[in-house]
Design a protein around this ligand. Sequence first.
Ligand SMILES: Cc1cc2nc3c(=O)[nH]c(=O)nc-3n(C[C@H](O)[C@H](O)[C@H](O)COP(=O)(O)OP(=O)(O)OC[C@H]3O[C@@H](n4cnc5c(N)ncnc54)[C@H](O)[C@@H]3O)c2cc1C
Length: 462
Amino acid sequence: MGAGASGLAFADTLAAEANVDVMLVDRREAPGGHWRQAYPFVRLHTPSAYYGVNSLALGDDRIDEAGENAGFYERATGEDVREYFAKVAERLTRTGRFHLLLRHEHLGGGLDGEHVRDLTTGEVDDIRVRQKVVDARYLEASIPAAHVPPFEVAPSARVVPVNDLPEVTGPKALFAVLGSGKTAVDACVWLLENGVEADRIRWIRPREAWFYDRRHFQPLDQVAGLMEGLALDAEAGAQASSIGDLFERLENTGRLVRVDPSSPATMFRGTMLSSRELHAVRQIKDVVRLGRVKRIEADRVLLDRGEVATRPEVVHIDCTALGLNNAPGTPIFQRGRIVLEQVRHLSPCFNAALIAFVEAHRTEDADKNRLCPPNPYPSSIEDWPGMMTRTWRAERRWLREPDLSAWVAASRLNLLRDLPEHASEPAAQAALERFVTHVPAAIDKLEGLSAPPPSVQTPEGR
Ligand SMILES: Cc1cc2nc3c(=O)[nH]c(=O)nc-3n(C[C@H](O)[C@H](O)[C@H](O)COP(=O)(O)OP(=O)(O)OC[C@H]3O[C@@H](n4cnc5c(N)ncnc54)[C@H](O)[C@@H]3O)c2cc1C
């Protein structure tokens, strides 16, 4: 259920590892999930090199020469990602064991199978499932084009989703960007790059956010920098005495950045920025920090902690959609059912493929769940310790399973895939040693700092 990146990455690896038939059901008109409705200037946050499905490369692993990503591995545009997933679905369909049922909505399970509604005719049918139902929509992304803004808009106020930004720019236009996350950063950078001066942009930030520095997410020939980032996580975790101290360490070492270092930041969604993007958005000085927007009128914006004046001609750009889904952890392998979630933190494609490999090569659900414990997406700084310790514990378990660790090592979706080839470089070697030295102490230390474990509930109870 769900033909986004997760459903496709799962189906691709399952088809390679087991002799099964897979049907993917989606209410959209084409595969690719939220990318079908992404804003026009969206790009992957991470390099294309480790995004998508295991059996097919995305892009050519080129290094960008210009722009905000200069010096780093290419990141696919929304159009590239849509074309890629269409190709993935086409290749899978050619195997004869894969079926794509589009414009059909899954309504839930019944005695005669899974109920799905044909969105063209309105008819409801049952799909008989021979093996398992796979919920590839549990972490469905919430995006500006599809969400309902969480604030009221008076008829005379101008509010548009970020998708419409290219259509509303003009030589004298004024903008207010709403949101603290990566989409809001993308909107600000896009405006600045398209000739809008910083003093024509107001940025309404409900929370201050932490971002990773993109230089620590470069794979292949730059994997030493990636390993350095992981070593910084382990060192900060092993030495931290509180959440505040932890984030101070992560900032002091350059692992994490925030737009305004003088404002306390509480939001952590695991997204990343390059130093060029950071430099660009720091030019915007009109920043409103009065909490979440409650209502926008022609001449004022009402927020949690006060109001600010606006004008009828100001275009308010909605970038407040949640993006990553905050659903709580639930067991991934359940009776007759698999729920696709994160295991290694913040790696949706890798995790979907990993879960498929484990499904194909292990028999007991308890064993599968031991290897794939759920790791919910983070929202705030309190989520960082639990997110990291769950990853480190799971990775330790994989290392004791020769077939699984061989699959992880070879997978194109594994961002550390090229580490063995570069392990003799002094920088990579030193970072690896620091990582291995500090992880055990970090796990112990972070247990004490962790938010309570994610509540475990069934997907239906969400
Ligand atoms: C702007 C943006 C950029 C991102 N960039 C990156 C990145 O660079 N790297 C990275 O690793 N991750 C990135 N992510 C995270 C992203 O969420 C994942 O990469 C991935 O695309 C999510 O795929 P998904 O299949 O889990 O969810 P979705 O793409 O949301 O797909 C879920 C699908 O389920 C379908 N569905 C839901 N309910 C039903 C139902 N009842 N019946 C039928 N169909 C249903 C939906 O129609 C949808 O197509 C990004 C996210 C966003 C929002």
